[in-house]
Ligand binder design. Structure first.
Ligand code: PLP
Length: 380
């Protein structure tokens, strides 16, 4: 089986499992406990926070551990918007993950916010001019993802963040899909808040982190015992934090080498699929895209049927985001890129990690051709 759904989730890396194991067994303490078992857990948590901070180029006090990317996005969007006195207007894009879109929708429905969705081009890119035009004196937060989870387009985040800052507006980016491939240095990106999730980079599901720049006020979403400097109550997931820190360290060591190899493999794969299936179209930007994602539409087919044909040939992929997969709705991302609903329903996303090399991808392209032709011939 060739697993090409890394954007949905990845396997836990052995080194990560080994690093977290002690904090699930012998050193299982609660970091808030004032005894040696608790203190040992507290030390591990502090070390994990320092490692994640080093990965993001920020201070340890600016890292809040969360239960994943969804919670990090919720905390960023709701927390910054509700704590920021500028007004009640949010700027975002129609291609964000549901964790951002639904958080914004909550603010609209329950807190009287209004929202401007900056349109994206057919390549998924936000134009800085359109973004700047959306900013208003009462804008409390701008949120634009670093890389899209369905089509892989990478946004010019540093440029967008600088535009927001020129108006004193805090800027959040969802870096969940970019992690492991792109540089997440928050100062280079110029962002005030950034979300990551462990299970996309070889840590388990259920751990993530939110960076928030020191001076930005933030209202907690989870209330309780005041852990995480009051920003996120709940007994800390020490083993998860250790796992995220370990996975981040491993990703950081090999990131540039892996990204270069994966980009070359991706380009070969894209060319091979387009030659196998002349009607196919690559979705997203041709070059400003994640090294490990290639998503296509196959007009005249049905994406779900193509997935089944691929799986029969030992290839596991996805019709888009894991949330949209299996649902009848066409992808909100592809619709925002201007695809007709009929064509959007023919999408298949291939996404992989550094362990999948060019040879493996090359072997997939002919199977894609066969699967698409089979589905098209059956008229499904
Ligand atoms: N943001 C993006 C861009 C994602 O792709 C995902 C997961 O697919 C999330 C947020 C949510 O992360 P998690 O699954 O850790 O809640």
């Amino acid at each position: 089986m060739i697993y090409l759904d890394a954007a949905a989730t990845s396997a836990v890396r052995r080194e990560v499992l080994e690093a977290m194991w002690p904090y699930l067994t012998g050193d299982f303490g609660n970091p808030s406990s004032h005894h040696t078992v608790g203190e040992s857990a507290a030390r591990a948590l502090a070390a994990a926070r320092a490692s994640v901070a080093a990965w993001l180029g920020c201070r340890a006090s600016e890292v809040t551990f969360t239960s994943g990317g969804t919670e990090a996005d919720n905390l960023a969007v709701k927390g910054i918007a509700l704590a920021n006195p500028r007004g009640r207007h949010i700027v975002t894009t129609p291609i964000e993950h549901e964790a951002v879109l639904e958080s914004v929708d909550y603010l609209v429905r329950h807190h009287g916010f209004t929202v401007t969705f900056v349109p994206v081009g057919t390549d998924g890119l936000v134009s800085p001019g359109d973004f700047a035009a959306a900013l208003r004196p009462d804008t409390t937060l701008a949120s634009v993802m670093l890389a899209n989870n369905e089509v892989g387009t990478v946004q010019p985040i540093a440029e967008l963040a600088a535009l927001a800052h020129a108006h004193g507006i805090p800027f959040h980016t969802d870096a969940v899909q970019a992690a492991g491939w792109l540089d997440l240095d928050v100062h280079a990106l110029g962002v005030d808040a950034l979300s990551v999730s462990g299970h996309k980079i070889g840590a388990p599901k259920g751990i993530g982190a939110l960076y928030v720049r020191g001076r930005i006020p933030i209202e907690p979403v989870l209330h309780g015992g005041g852990q995480e400097r009051g920003r996120r109550s709940g007994t800390e997931n020490v083993a998860g934090a250790v796992a995220l820190a370990t996975a981040a360290g491993l990703a950081g060591e090999s990131r540039q080498r892996n990204a270069a190899a994966a980009s070359a493999a991706r380009d070969g794969f894209v060319a091979a699929v387009l030659s196998e299936v002349p009607d196919a179209r690559l979705t997203g930007h041709p070059s400003a895209r994640l090294p490990g994602t290639a998503s296509f539409v196959f007009p005249g087919t049905n994406g779900e049927a193509v997935l089944l044909e691929l799986e029969r040939r030992g290839i596991v992929s996805s019709s888009g985001s894991a949330c949209a997969a299996g649902s009848e709705d066409a992808s909100h991302v592809l619709l925002a890129l201007g695809f007709d609903e009929d064509v959007a329903r023919t999408a298949v996303r291939f996404s992989w990690g550094a362990e999948v090399d060019a040879d493996a991808l090359a072997s997939v392209a002919p199977a894609v051709g066969e699967a698409v032709r089979t589905v098209a011939a059956l008229g499904r």
